[in-house]
Unconditional design. Structure first.
Length: 80
């Protein structure tokens, strides 16, 4: 398992971000657990990532003596 999302009421839409997918074929399926403990699996799905995911920052914001650190690929960054 790569993660878990707890149920919230009777919602039918949930979101989970795979923190480190690998280049090439990645396979996913969901395990749904009911309140009574019974569970079922979704169909298997394949997601292919072409090449290594490498963030690109352009133009280069770094000058001598500066640092640029990306802490989350969702857009959170620190420039010092």
């Amino acid at each position: 398992a790569i993660g878990k999302v707890d149920a919230r009421g009777s919602g039918s839409q949930y979101k989970f971000l795979h923190p480190a997918p690998r280049a090439g074929a990645n396979y996913y399926r969901l395990r749904q657990v009911d309140q009574d403990g019974q569970f079922s699996y979704s169909d298997l799905r394949q997601l292919t990532i072409a090449g290594k995911a490498t963030p690109l920052v352009s133009p280069n914001p770094v000058r001598r003596g500066s640092r640029f650190r990306v802490s989350r690929l969702e857009g959170e960054a620190t420039f010092t």
